[in-house]
Ligand binder design. Sequence first.
Ligand SMILES: NC(=O)c1ccc[n+]([C@@H]2O[C@H](COP(=O)([O-])OP(=O)(O)OC[C@H]3O[C@@H](n4cnc5c(N)ncnc54)[C@H](O)[C@@H]3O)[C@@H](O)[C@H]2O)c1
Ligand SMILES: [Zn+2]
Length: 365
Amino acid sequence: MIEISVDLGPNSYPIAIGHGLVSSLPRLLAPLAGRRTVVVSSPHVWALHGSRVEKSLQRLGPFTRVLVPDGERNKNRRSLNAIQDAFVKAGLGRDGLVVAFGGGVVGDLTGFAAATYMRGVIWVQIPTTLLAMVDSSVGGKTGINHPRAKNLIGAFHQPKAVIADCAFLETLPARQLRSGAYEALKCGVIADRGLFQAMRKAPAGLRGWSRTDVENAVASACEVKVGIVEKDEREDGLRRVLNLGHTLGHALESVTAYRRFTHGEAVGWGLVGAAWIARRRGLLPDEAFDLVAATVDHLGPRPRVSDIRSQAILDAVGRDKKVKNGRLTFVLPLSIGRVAVHDDIGRGEVRDALKVMTSREARLT
Ligand SMILES: NC(=O)c1ccc[n+]([C@@H]2O[C@H](COP(=O)([O-])OP(=O)(O)OC[C@H]3O[C@@H](n4cnc5c(N)ncnc54)[C@H](O)[C@@H]3O)[C@@H](O)[C@H]2O)c1
Ligand SMILES: [Zn+2]
């Protein structure tokens, strides 16, 4: 088992990473034993893995369970109500415990439900997707979507522990596995050459990725995110670097109504675009651009971008919150392992990046 500690003063907590950790829940969560507990999951995740969690949690004390449908469109008030209704029904008090067991959608919903119920009850995350293990379960951001915008309603609420049991990834569809892998690669480009190289050396399309390599990648990506969150818990500045690949990524997701790309696939394209803008400005050496783009491609195929109008993508980038005096803000890689935030990116540069992304599509088939 690999353990990483997130040092945030009174909000500190450990992240445990390994295979089969769920059977050790009574030991890992011993300090929280005896609390009235509600577990939140989705019907799909519970059907696949609920019995293992159930057996282990029973040894910690009595608990009740609530299932909410996952999928981005269910990260809404209705699911939040269902979860908090279950808290009330279970008689959960301020001394209770909430456990989120699922992907990033269940995690964000459950964390927000815990943050706002009785002004905050403690919670623990047991992520079951790679994206949730490397990204959403770390850092304490919780929330739900508003019909007009993603993640508009939220709170910072750090969990008391994160238990990343990579055995759950064995049932994860390949596309979802890759989605998380693009985020791990992003962490490598931001601050960890070793992680970048590990992703470069992973089997193409991640078929047959070994247990140890998965655990190490999860741990390294968490370490990058933890290092940044520890310095900037509430995203006042530095934490923005975690948005590498997300300016274009979010735009691609929004112009395709969140139907075409997984989040990670859109971020994969966004990484290529950001790296191109950096290369065009002479900030990133040519070989480093080639390596970033080739490694994104190596992780697997992504849905096409060539049939999306560039103007629509530019409009979507412009609608994002990162616009200053008509110029756009991008996180740009300066080398593999180092990035900087630039807030003077012109639309022409983005158009050029979109052309390069389109021209690379042929390599993916
Ligand atoms: N809080 C943060 O800092 C943060 C960071 C990044 C992303 N997010 C959020 O995370 C969400 C995306 O998370 P996600 O990619 O995990 O999506 P998700 O929770 O929708 O899960 C993806 C799919 O995988 C299925 N699934 C989950 N675990 C499985 C398993 N072990 N085996 C088989 N299938 C399984 C789910 O049923 C679902 O269909 C978004 O809402 C995003 O906004 C939050
Ligand atoms: Zn992301």
